[in-house]
Design a binder for this molecule. Structure first.
Ligand code: MG
Length: 383
């Protein structure tokens, strides 16, 4: 591993854990964070959660788990090149989607609508809730007791009102400050991963074609390069040769542009990084525009495709029906969740009951949600 820059997250300067623990003997603090994330229940569930395509529709599409792994390895390359903390950036990326509901964004939107009168539902905040509260692994605390820097990275967005309730972790949203650089780069690694793998999955699903993609300047540029280096190359190999070049371009540009910004800013500590008015990690203007055009194409041709919309419409109905049924009668939930709902209702009223229902639903995998829906609404299904 490369040496750490002065503005990287250093173990010794960590703002620590909510419940102090002795330092690990053979690992760094951030390795311990990463290992706890990998051992968590929520992490294992990512394998059965949808990224864009429902995973029972085909075994070859990305799931939240394979997406998270792609994000983490992209982040490690960027972190290493910028002399930032690779392990911390990996930990943040592996945890970044732990709070996602079943059925991708459709599930999250549906749950947010159901929770409108009860504080709403944000998947970033839910990822934090998973690692701070919901995981039940340790004798002495709820959650995984991760380091401040890792929790800071997991909380990518947060509304002003929610930030006010998060104490020291919410301060940066109130004061408009930045997270550490490992958190900043994790956002870009996420975006680079999904923009490119959604092209691959979109082609595989038959929603888009290589010919259509030629209207995307970034794709066109590397299509030309691959066609001249390997005339006649077609199919899967052609697509992958283009995508690997696109990923390489975005990652390289991010490294070079961020290194320049870091140098020009003159920051010499993570505290100075946090105090900056803007993030220091970012693309050059030209590459940002190319990336934006790719995103726009995906939105129009993949995410809004009628086949994806049918799937998301179904998902919304399943999530809303589950929420209504459990909220109106918490006794329909398994004992553990029924008891949590009763406990939270004592202190928080209907808001507490709703939160317990949302936690139960958000924790479901796609196939478990479909099964629960059948058990509740299909009289011929066993309960
Ligand atoms: Mg993601």
């Amino acid at each position: 591993m490369s040496p750490l820059a002065v503005y990287a997250a250093h173990d010794a300067l960590s703002r620590g854990r909510r419940y102090p623990e002795p330092p690990p003997a053979y690992r760094s603090e951030y390795q311990r964070d990463r290992d706890r994330i990998v051992h968590s229940t929520a992490f294992r569930r990512l394998v059965y959660k949808t990224q864009v395509f429902v995973n029972h529709e085909g075994d070859l599409y990305r799931t939240r788990l394979t997406h998270s792994l792609e994000v983490a390895q992209i982040a490690r390359t960027i972190a290493g090149a910028l002399e930032l903390n690779e392990v911390l950036s990996e930990a943040i990326c592996l945890a970044h989607d732990l709070g996602h509901t079943p059925f991708g964004h459709a599930g999250q939107d549906a749950l947010n609508e159901c929770m409108m009168d009860f504080g709403g539902f944000e998947h970033n905040l839910q990822s934090l809730r998973v690692v701070d509260e919901l995981e039940e692994h340790y004798a002495e605390f709820n959650g995984l007791n991760l380091s401040f820097e890792c929790r800071e990275g997991i909380l990518k967005h947060c509304s002003y009102n929610n930030a006010l309730q998060l104490g020291e972790l919410g301060e940066r949203f109130v004061n408009r400050q930045q997270p550490g650089l490992e958190a900043q780069l994790a956002n870009f690694a996420d975006e680079i991963a999904y923009n490119n793998h959604d092209v691959d999955d979109g082609i595989r699903a038959g929603l888009i074609t290589v010919e259509q993609l030629l209207e995307v300047p970034l794709f066109l540029e590397y299509h030309r390069e691959v066609a001249s280096a390997h005339p006649g190359l077609a199919g899967r190999r052609l697509v992958f040769e283009i995508l690997r070049r696109m990923i390489n371009r975005l990652v390289s540009d991010l490294i070079v542009s961020s290194a320049t910004r870091l140098r020009e800013s003159g920051v010499v500590s993570i505290a100075e990084v946090r105090a900056q008015p803007k993030p220091l990690v970012g693309f050059s203007d030209a590459t940002r525009d190319l990336n934006h055009e790719l995103k726009t194409f995906l939105r129009e041709h993949v995410y809004k495709h009628f086949k994806v919309r049918r799937m998301t419409a179904k998902a919304r109905r399943v999530v809303s029906a589950l929420f209504d049924a459990f909220f109106n009668d918490p006794n329909l939930m398994p004992d553990e969740h029924k008891q949590t709902a009763a406990r939270l209702e004592v202190t928080l009223g209907a808001m507490g009951r709703a939160r317990a229902v949302a936690d139960y639903i958000a924790g479901m995998t796609d196939r478990y949600a479909i099964l629960e829906h059948r058990r509740l609404f299909d009289p011929s299904e066993r309960t």
